[in-house]
Write a protein that binds this ligand. Sequence first.
Ligand code: TEU
Ligand code: CA
Length: 558
Amino acid sequence: MNKKWWKESVVYQIYPRSFNDSNGDGIGDLKGITLKLDYLKELGIDVVWLSPVYKSPNDDNGYDISDYQDIMDEFGTMKDWEELLDGLHSRGMKLMMDLVVNHSSDEHNWFVESRKSKDNEYRDYYIWRPGKDGEEPNNWTSFFSGSAWQYDEQTEEYFLHLFSKKQPDLNWENPVLRKEIYNMMTWWLEKGVDGFRMDVINLISKADGLPSAPGGKRYDWGGEFFMNGPRVHEYLQEMNREVLSKYDMITVGECPGASPEDAARYANDEGTELNMIFTFEHMDLDSGPGGKWNVKPWKLADLKQVMTKWQKELEGRGWNSLYLNNHDQPRMVSRFGNDTEYRVESAKMLGTFLHMMQGTPYIYQGEELGMTNVRFDSLEDYNDIEIHNMYREKVIEGNEDHDKIMNAIYIKGRDNARTPMQWDDSKNAGFTTGTPWLKVNPNYREINAENALKDPDSIFSYYQKLIKLRKEHEIIVYGTYDLILEDHPSIYAYTRTLEDEKLVVICNFTGEEATFRLPENITYNSAEVLIENYRFEENDSLSSLDLKPYETRVYLLK
Ligand code: TEU
Ligand code: CA
């Protein structure tokens, strides 16, 4: 069964800019997080994943790093960081830092040097190419719109940037660069860090020769040319030998475009690469051709197919992360639940749906409160490079309809997840005494931590129970997943089996009533309800249940 502490843990992601502001400048900071450690302990989480806090010009809110071994001024000092680490450790919690090494900031000294001349010692820390017939070296496009190449006058060559122009890709073909990265990782681990979340780590190996995508048209993703590339496992196995294997730590690789086959290698149970990965297949169920901004309704049948594929194909040979939220994705209760009349019920149902699967669950800040998406009237209220670049390309340059694109921003924009954490019903939700860097969601008066902590029926209280159950029942971590009621149009139900125990997890994904019938091949002597989001008649027979809108129940059968 290969038991591991990181398989049994629950991780909580903090986006520091929006978590808690301690000095009134409108920007969350490290001291602000330290002030909230008892809140996190109360929730019951084991590990905090901290989005980047390193020095950065904030072109992409910290995912553009200009010094990997110093703290961003707006977030505080290294001493503040050490106090946060001590605060976590003294409460029995661990710290996972965000490792962003597919690219750095263009303000990193390495790049400042690299662009000076073709024979600079740092030249090959990045990916430079001459143009072709006055054009970019190939037709790849950036995740943030436009070409993935930027021409640099000084040496009359282009450099590759899969994200913003201020995020030049690092050249992992260069062993000297790789050694610099491993030294930096070791430096943080020696300071007491307990793990790394690795930003787009499956992009670090590009296809030999950097070939253009076929058909000549600009590929939004061109994924097959820079995702899961030819040397990515070689690099990760080297990183594992040089660094990871020397520490008892947790690692998760963000891997857009990875398949379960890829994941079985990245997150192999022999531990030669990473512990687990973030995949995106379930995050693309509401994206049409051309990517996330071509919004389409997601289907429950597709969610069943994708989640079951990942549960079954990694079974016994890899490990899943379990998430429906993070700082790049819209709020899950708005996307997969009902954030109006059934916000509380559907948030609890979605939490159950995720936490009862096999894998390590990740809770994104505010998910435990049922925080929702936001709709800012003006484009100027948004503060995300991905949103603004896309709007410019599609509306200003591409003449697409403003309202259509604003609607796509309301549904899929990353700022849905980045509005300030809602602590209480005071001004700015208690996040800041100043002007917040991004407006607070106006529903903070009703949705906030202070209300949740006082309410035994709150989503927060429900998440506490979910986490507690994980600690009490090994079957939740190590039980085998099997889908049941595969064709039911509104119920997602699955079992977990471990020795003579079985969990039956029942989730009504709709605002309508639905009837659950237990498959006849599932027999039991006793049935205990471990958790549920409605009151119900004790003598309900599990063989046939009438479920209310978004009702969820978990039965332990023996
Ligand atoms: O995101 C990588 C990634 O896949 C993004 O394209 C993400 O899918 C997209 O933003 C969703 O619309 C990571 C970080 O999580 C993200 O915040 C950074 O902007 C990006 O890498 C570059 O570092
Ligand atoms: Ca601050």
